[in-house]
Design a protein around this ligand. Structure first.
Ligand code: MN
Length: 228
């Protein structure tokens, strides 16, 4: 075994205004959490409640990174999302106490090999190859709750080469953040270091090598990445 193996860095996310870094435990993602997005991908938001999938921690990428166009796809899609960073463990968390478990918030992009995901849906197979690959979870620095509070309203947007593609508001989430934490914690014991990507508004679409993606959420921050 190569000596390098023993020096591998754990996955970390920067914390804004601090030299401390947030060690990533698990990455949970919420599917279909904005009605307009559910409709654009052919689902009925009134019949299908949001659900969860996961990405491995090591697919985190920092804002400013160039992410290699992943293999075996011709349809790499952007999904701009509010990300919740968990700072206190818990299970069966009460909705009214969910905010106590939040360390901070960030801006993330749930990059998706949409063509592989669509095949998986048709064949009733797992989504992993569509959702997990190197660089599949870009994220901004985390803003701490003691600095910004708990944003529940505000513009969420993404532009490709300066053209706005997604333009929504986090108030339009079907399940808000406390509801998501309460429900998710009935399935999994949440741990410090968990990240929750809370779903994307309408306007998802394909990106190509050389594209520059910028996005942001009012009151939280901005992210920019380039597709390599
Ligand atoms: Mn998503």
């Amino acid at each position: 075994m190569n000596e390098y193996f023993f020096k591998l860095a754990h996955a970390f996310v920067n914390v804004a205004g601090s030299d401390r870094r947030f060690p990533v435990h698990r990455i949970y993602c919420v599917g279909r959490n904005y009605a307009a997005h559910a409709r654009e991908i052919g689902a009925d938001p009134d019949c299908e409640p949001p659900f969860y999938f996961m990405k491995p921690a090591d697919v985190i990428a920092k804002s400013g990174a160039t992410i290699p166009y992943p293999p075996r796809t011709k349809k790499l899609h952007h999904e701009i999302e509010l990300v919740v960073a968990i700072g206190k463990p818990g299970k069966d968390i009460e909705r009214s106490r969910a905010q106590e478990h939040i360390f901070g918030y960030a801006v993330g992009i749930d990059l998706t090999r949409r063509d592989l995901q669509e095949v998986a849906k048709e064949e009733r197979r797992p989504w992993d190859s569509g959702k997990s690959f190197e660089g599949a979870a870009p994220i901004s620095a985390i803003r701490r709750v003691d600095e910004i509070g708990h944003p529940s309203v505000g513009r969420i947007w993404l532009a490709v080469n300066g053209d706005i593609r997604q333009d929504g508001d986090i108030k339009d989430m079907i399940w808000n953040v406390p509801e998501t934490i309460a429900e998710l914690s009935t399935l999994f014991t949440l741990a410090s270091g968990d990240l929750i990507y809370t779903g994307t508004p309408a306007g998802v679409g394909a990106v190509n090598p050389g594209d520059k993606l910028t996005g942001g959420i009012y009151g939280i921050g901005e992210i920019r990445i380039e597709i390599g």
